[in-house]
Design a protein around this ligand. Structure first.
Ligand code: ZN
Length: 271
């Protein structure tokens, strides 16, 4: 091997070493920069978390959060109140559909049974008149409202009808059924106020007119008690239409016609 050849081989080996070294560096460089997706984000997140958790950040964030929160929250609040309204709406309907099968305790009266009261109502009134009433109950003691004795009453919101014991001397089937029908009249009145308000307006006008026109007792109204207000007038007239039709027709033919056409749909009762 000549000296020249030795020099060429030495140069070539140097070049080879340089090239190999360059490739090796490139490979290492690529390895370092290569995606390595797994660990990179987590470490970044950890770094972010640890860098954001230091004390000064929490103490300073509440203030911007509080000031920005009110301006950002108004949109959600309307939907929140709507939800509240929707949950409140179904609540004030504690009434059952009809109380013909909820008649209790009349056996205690000693003059009629629950079954007889039920049969009497089936034979006498349109059963729709008991709609929205929850129950009819006989109470075997004297009833009173603010010390004024009463024979019966109806609780407007819950639509419970109560018939109370009265003086045994006068307690009979007729008195008891008169009281019951008067209270059912209130139930019918509440139903038309609920479902047919035009009729309620008509009735109020009839009551007003008869108060204006008939100032003498015994005219315009079936009883003195009916003069109390339009509600008692309705209940008393309802009772009279069924049990004392002559008296209602004589006292006020307009009220009689109202009952016949609008409340009883043409049905009339024996005189
Ligand atoms: Zn009444």
């Amino acid at each position: 091997m000549t000296k020249q050849q030795k020099i060429i081989i030495a140069l070539l080996s140097v070049v080879a070493v340089v090239v190999l070294a360059g490739l090796g560096c490139a490979a290492v460089y690529l390895l370092i920069l290569s995606p390595a997706p797994g660990p990179a984000p987590t470490t970044a997140a950890v770094v972010q978390q640890s860098s954001s958790t230091p004390l000064p950040v929490p103490s300073s964030t509440p203030i911007p959060a509080a000031t920005t929160a009110p301006t950002e929250t108004p949109p959600p609040t309307p939907t929140a109140t709507q939800v509240v309204v929707e949950t409140v709406l179904p609540m004030p309907t504690p009434t059952r559909a009809n109380c013909i099968d909820d008649i209790t305790n009349f056996g205690d009266s000693g003059v009629i049974t629950d079954e007889q009261v039920q049969q009497y109502l089936r034979d006498t009134i349109p059963l729709s008149h008991l709609d929205h009433c929850r129950g009819i109950e006989y109470v075997a003691r004297r009833g009173a409202v603010h010390t004024t004795p009463i024979a019966g009453n109806i609780i407007p919101v819950y639509r419970e009808i109560y018939v109370y014991a009265i003086d045994p001397e006068v307690q009979g089937v007729e008195n008891l059924l008169d009281t019951l029908i008067h209270e059912i009249g209130h139930n019918v009145n509440y139903n038309i106020r609920r479902d047919n308000f035009d009729l309620d307006v008509q009735w109020a006008e009839l009551h007003k007119q008869s108060k204006k026109t008939f100032t003498d007792a015994g005219l315009g109204f079936v009883s003195d008690y009916a003069r109390t207000d339009k509600f008692e007038d309705f209940a008393e007239s309802y009772l009279a239409y069924i049990h004392y039709p002559d008296i209602l027709e004589f006292a006020n033919v307009d009220k009689y016609e109202f009952m016949r056409q609008e409340i009883f749909k043409g049905r009339q009762y024996p005189r």
